[in-house]
Design a protein around this ligand. Structure first.
Ligand code: ZN
Ligand code: ZN
Length: 318
């Protein structure tokens, strides 16, 4: 009798253990499946008074800024723009995944110590690709993102790197930051929830004295036309969506009327590898007499301004 009782207790114990193990496995499985969705929720957004908190980060650097350099890195058909304003550093996008080490080297070569603001214009892989490497290599104080997520692994790498950084994390909306007297950086809210993710790109404008730059991510015609009243004339335009014919519509070009256009695009047609997506835009910019600089032809493009004039240097990517 005793033996039977002991056996049944052991049996019940084993069954309970089996159930507990199965339950644990189930929870682990569910966590794995739903993790991207938890991240998608971006529950760690710091939206309340975010604009004031970012301004505080800039205010910590009160040294006068003599010159501002805007570096358009040659990362192929992808975006990576670095704004070097004295002690203040802003990065807009991080190229493709394998551009990360090159971008980190480039920024280290400029003597970058930390990055005050990172902008991830939208979750496409040619924009967030190398941002995780930048977040690992430098202290980043704040990130502004489109608020649109992706289940792609490379995007999840970026989000996890932001979480590890534990920095201020904001969704884009109209914001204006003063970097120094006469130098400002604006986020231009162009609307959310467009069916085309490119249209959700974070758009921003840098003004240094009389000289201004517009950074457009991959914004397409739809967002351009809906927001015409938010744009004004600029000196330097980052041509949207790598010069694709989906963007840079005539009404938009009329409004921003740039003197210089910078196109971040893949190998030029001379090499026989250009897909021709940007040939219409190139022709239109030329017709308008806008000076065009292309990363596929020129390599890295650096526009430096003292607030009254600007000069442009190019160098092939090593
Ligand atoms: Zn895109
Ligand atoms: Zn793109």
């Amino acid at each position: 009798m005793v033996n039977v009782k002991a056996r049944s207790i052991i049996l019940v114990g084993l069954v309970a253990l089996l159930f507990a193990g199965a339950a644990l496995l189930f929870i682990a499985f569910i966590s794995l499946i739903f993790q991207p969705f938890w991240i998608t929720e971006k529950s760690f957004y710091h939206s309340a008074n975010g604009e004031a908190l970012v301004q505080e980060i800039f205010d910590a650097h009160s040294a006068p800024i003599e010159q501002v350099s805007v570096h358009f890195l040659d990362v192929g058909n992808a975006d990576c723009i670095f704004i070097d304003a004295g002690d203040i550093d802003i990065i807009i996008d991080g190229g493709n995944d394998d551009d990360g080490p090159y971008i980190v080297d480039y920024l280290e070569g400029l003597g970058t110590d930390d990055i005050e603001l990172m902008i991830a214009t939208h979750p496409h892989l040619d924009h967030v690709g190398g941002l995780d490497d930048v977040l690992e290599a430098f202290e980043v104080k704040a990130v502004i993102d489109s608020g649109i997520s992706s289940s792609f692994g490379i995007y999840q790498d970026y989000m996890r790197a932001v979480e590890r950084e534990g920095c201020l994390f904001l969704e884009d909306r109209d914001m204006k930051f003063n970097l120094a007297p006469g130098i400002s950086f604006r986020i231009i809210e162009t609307g959310d929830n467009y069916p085309n993710i490119n249209d959700n790109s974070v758009v921003s404008q840098l003004t240094v004295g009389d000289i201004s730059f517009l950074f457009t991510g991959d914004m397409c015609r739809n967002a351009e036309v809906r927001n015409l009243d938010k744009f004004s004339e600029v000196d330097v335009l980052k041509v949207a969506h790598h010069g694709s014919r989906s963007s840079s519509c005539p009404a938009f070009l009329d409004k921003v009327n740039p003197k210089v256009a910078v196109m971040t695009c893949g190998p030029c047609e001379r090499c026989g590898e250009n897909h021709g997506q940007n040939l219409d835009t190139i022709a239109e910019l030329e017709r308008r007499g806008i000076a065009l600089y292309r990363t596929d032809c020129a390599g890295n493009i650096v526009v430096t301004t003292d607030g009254s004039k600007y000069w442009i240097e190019t160098s092939p990517r090593p």
